[in-house]
Design a protein around this ligand. Structure first.
Ligand SMILES: Cc1ncc(C[n+]2csc(CCOP(=O)(O)OP(=O)(O)O)c2C)c(N)n1
Length: 189
């Protein structure tokens, strides 16, 4: 499965969520499908997308929070899984696009390329709902089921190591940060 096709399949569903992504290729792909003020593309702080999402989920239980992570980013901070599991926000869906690669910085292989099982690691950390999907149809189904379950979920989506070659957009980090914060403060958001 291509990650952009998986993103396209849930793009409409994301409209009423708070969405936090890692930096690089996946952020560029989501923006290319249509940026919204409820998207925050976390730059620089590799491995901390789930931590930011956790804070939003705990402080805004009325909102559904979707974290879009990568295998390299998650492997950089596996403790994020244990913290998610410890607080168990029922309004957070954690997606990990596992392309077995640090695609955004040249495609170096990660530990999942030699068998590390991120869904298994998430389950062992205590995340109550975990699974691995390999098709767009299964991914979209797993995402919708996770939201409906109202239970912390980690969905590992195995994807091809392909993506955009340029990650520069006209949306700066600060502009995105203020826009996202304003969006979260709106009474109806
Ligand atoms: C602490 C830190 N180390 C390294 C980087 C450089 N860096 C940016 S994106 C990235 C790769 C992310 O890999 P992954 O999460 O698997 O996502 P992919 O690029 O494959 O979509 C790296 C190493 C960084 N931003 N921060």
């Amino acid at each position: 499965m291509k990650r952009i096709d998986a993103l396209r399949a849930i793009h409409d569903d994301l409209a009423d969520c708070a969405v936090v992504t890692i930096m690089g290729a996946v952020a560029a792909e989501l923006q290319s499908l249509g940026h919204r003020p409820n998207h925050f593309y976390l730059q620089h702080a590799m491995g901390l997308a789930s931590s930011l999402g956790l804070g939003i989920a705990l402080s805004r239980p009325d909102l559904d929070v979707v974290v879009i992570d990568g295998d390299g980013s998650l492997l950089m901070n596996l403790g994020g899984l244990t913290t998610l599991a410890r607080y168990q926000p029922s309004n957070l869906v954690h997606i990990v696009f596992d392309n077995e690669s640090l695609l955004s910085v040249g495609g170096f292989p990660t530990a999942t390329s030699t068998g590390s099982d991120l869904a298994g690691i998430a389950a062992a950390a205590g995340v109550p709902r975990t699974g691995t999907v390999r098709s767009v149809e299964d991914f979209a189904g797993a995402f919708r089921a996770a939201r409906a379950a109202r239970m912390l979920s980690t969905i590992v989506a195995k994807v091809d190591a392909v993506g955009p070659s340029a990650f520069v957009t006209d949306l700066g980090l600060l502009e995105n940060r203020y826009q996202f914060a304003r969006h979260l403060r709106r009474p109806s958001a």
